[in-house]
Design a protein around this ligand. Structure first.
Ligand code: AMP
Ligand code: MG
Length: 399
């Protein structure tokens, strides 16, 4: 019995790695996983902050019926705190300024008429403390703003900057080597002979890893057992993860599983009940590298990297599993073999808020062009052969 996709991913997640922590500069922290909480280094905001351009007054004067205020001075943003010398007067204040001492309420220019240094309030409806962002009202000094364990996005970068962190502790990334096998493969800048093709998997997989900050190495191995073993022996010592493609099927020159086993990599499974990507081989060196050996067909390799490696990486970096996403099939789809099918789909959503998945019919697992037309794979479970329009299935998005 072949493993189901679910069983395969459980085995993989049970072998997540731990790569420790490191400090990175704030500018390089995007896409990394935060390993320290971000704490408020002082109150937020750190002073009573004026939120509108206008005048600051003592509200008491307004409640006593006063509506015209003599303007003493201007309190600009970035200037030290001024003081209202007379509670019946006002100071002009600018957004981002500290509220002057003696004032508690800000009236915006739009509600004033200022003539000869006297501000006449044009409206009745004024609330005590309006247009002031009180000190510490967002966070108190020492409080947590962002918890450890988050994926660092633009918002977290902003929080780190505001609390004065120009370096952050983040999860260290695994050292990843992308290995591609096949005597038919030539480099991207080569003009292939009729029986050759350009390598694409290595680049697709490298691109999938790049948003995580992983700069994976690349290595081409010929279809030869001794050379495969030599290359993998070294790679297993230098890397935390090997992501292989090709050479894992039943072909006469498919040496990868044998080479890995002979090098002491423990096979955890070979083959998953899915299409494309069935010959997927996964194993680990005890206390050492994890090895994802994917079939070479471009769609098979891609679906394997997206469906199994990315969740493994998230878990290894200490992130929670990605939020499940589901989409509704727009048209019926039939698939007879008793395998999970990864259907390439384009995702749509409309004003109803329902996400739908439109099948993009490809020519099989070698059809790389089709990947660029689709956005995601829809995981159609094994054990059934008809998938009606209107039913929702799990989505693995790559865009
Ligand atoms: P394999 O899994 O080695 O039997 O390869 C299956 C198919 O995928 C063959 O048609 C290969 O030429 C193709 N293939 C293997 N590796 C790559 C690669 N790195 N880039 C593009 N195509 C590949
Ligand atoms: Mg091959």
């Amino acid at each position: 019995m072949l493993l189901t996709t679910q069983e395969a991913s459980e085995i993989i997640l049970a072998h997540a790695g731990h790569f420790g922590e490191e400090a990175v500069a704030l500018e390089s922290a995007l896409g990394r996983v935060l390993r320290e909480p971000l704490l408020a280094d002082r109150d937020f905001p750190p002073f009573p902050r004026v939120t509108m351009d206008g005048i600051a007054i003592a509200f008491q004067a307004f409640t006593e019926g006063q509506s015209a205020f003599f303007i003493e001075e201007i309190q600009a943003a970035g200037a030290p705190q001024l003081q209202l010398s007379n509670p019946a007067n006002a100071l002009e204040v600018m957004t981002g300024a500290i509220l002057p001492l003696g004032a508690d309420t800000v009236i915006r220019y739009e509600d004033l008429n200022i003539v000869d240094g006297i501000a006449q309030v044009q409206i009745e409806d004024i609330r005590a403390g309006q247009n002031v962002h009180p000190r510490g009202s967002d966070r108190r000094a020492g409080q947590e703003i962002t918890a450890a364990g988050r994926l660092i996005g633009a918002a977290e970068i902003g929080v780190a900057a505001t609390v004065g962190k120009n370096a952050l502790r983040v999860a260290r990334l695994p050292r990843v080597l992308i290995v591609y096998t096949g005597d038919e493969l030539v480099e991207v800048d080569a003009v292939p002979l009729p029986h050759q093709i350009r390598v694409s998997n290595a680049y697709t997989i490298q691109a999938l890893l790049s948003p995580w900050g992983i700069r994976a190495g690349r290595l081409h191995i010929a279809d030869d057992l001794a050379r495969t073993k030599d290359a993998l022996r070294d790679a297993l010592q230098q890397y935390d993860v090997l992501l292989l493609s090709g050479g894992v099927s039943e072909g006469k020159y498919d040496y990868v599983p044998r080479a890995l086993s002979e090098l002491g990599v423990r096979q955890l499974f070979h083959k998953v009940a899915q299409r494309p990507g069935k010959p997927f081989w996964f194993g680990c060196v005890p206390e050492g590298a994890a090895v994802f050996a994917l079939p070479g067909n471009p769609v098979s390799a891609f679906v394997g990297a997206r469906r199994y490696f990315v969740p493994w990486l998230r878990q290894s970096l200490g992130l929670p599993p990605e939020a499940e996403e589901w989409a509704v099939l727009t048209e019926p789809f039939d698939f007879k073999p008793d395998l999970t099918y990864f259907l390439q789909v384009r995702l749509h959503s409309g004003p109803t808020g329902v996400r739908s998945a439109q099948p993009i019919a490809g020519k099989g697992s070698g059809d790389l062009a089709n990947l660029a037309d689709a956005d995601a794979f829809l995981e159609l479970p094994k054990g059934r052969d008809h998938f009606p329009a209107g039913e929702a299935f799990r989505v693995w998005r790559y865009r």
